[in-house]
Design a protein around this ligand. Structure first.
Ligand SMILES: [Zn+2]
Length: 182
């Protein structure tokens, strides 16, 4: 079969203005989202620190996804048309962004309040997980401490994410005390 040009954003593989417009709008939205973070001046070793935190590889990978806004939150799924709602499935009071689900939902606030990392006030105010991670790194004077604090924060968030998924997929009630105790 000969090669041919296919527009893979429509069912028939043929370009039309409607699907072109949709793709352009989506590209603009994701550029706006990543623009906020790409204009951020990250230290040279930012990603290196994330990939060498002293935690299991699955948690490193999780934290990388959080910092790149690639976690399957309702907001991200809705944007990709994989969910019919972007509301937080736990509180139903807000869009479930990564920052909402990890830091701002009432039950996760309780987790941060109860855990002893001393991050309770900063965490609710951070504009993005990436900026928060950066501020954690800036609190430390050496690379070893940076890796440790980012690792600890990532572990807490990993258990929040797990508990959130247990609620979404198995209707197990979320319990801040149980997350803190892990
Ligand atoms: Zn919520």
């Amino acid at each position: 079969m000969e090669d041919s040009l296919v527009w893979h954003h429509s069912h028939r593989g043929i370009y039309d203005v409607k699907s072109g417009y949709r793709v352009a709008v989506e590209a603009k939205q994701s550029a706006a989202l990543s623009g906020a973070s790409s204009s951020l001046l990250l230290p040279k070793d930012f990603w290196k620190v994330i990939w060498s935190t002293p935690v299991p590889p699955k948690i490193r990978n999780f934290w990388w996804r959080v910092c790149c806004n690639k976690l399957a939150s309702k907001e991200n799924l809705f944007r990709r048309r994989c969910s019919d709602s972007q509301q937080c499935p736990i509180c139903n009071a807000s869009v479930e962004s990564i920052e909402h689900l990890l830091f701002r939902c009432d039950w996760t606030r309780a987790v941060w309040f109860a855990c002893d990392l001393g991050l309770r006030s900063e965490v609710g105010l951070c504009p993005s997980a990436k900026i928060w991670t950066l501020s954690l790194m800036e609190m430390c004077s050496n690379v070893k401490d940076r890796k440790e604090i980012v690792g600890k924060a990532a572990v807490v968030c990993w258990f929040i994410w797990k508990a959130r998924n247990d609620w979404v997929f198995s209707q197990s009630p979320v319990n801040p005390q149980a997350v803190v105790g892990m």
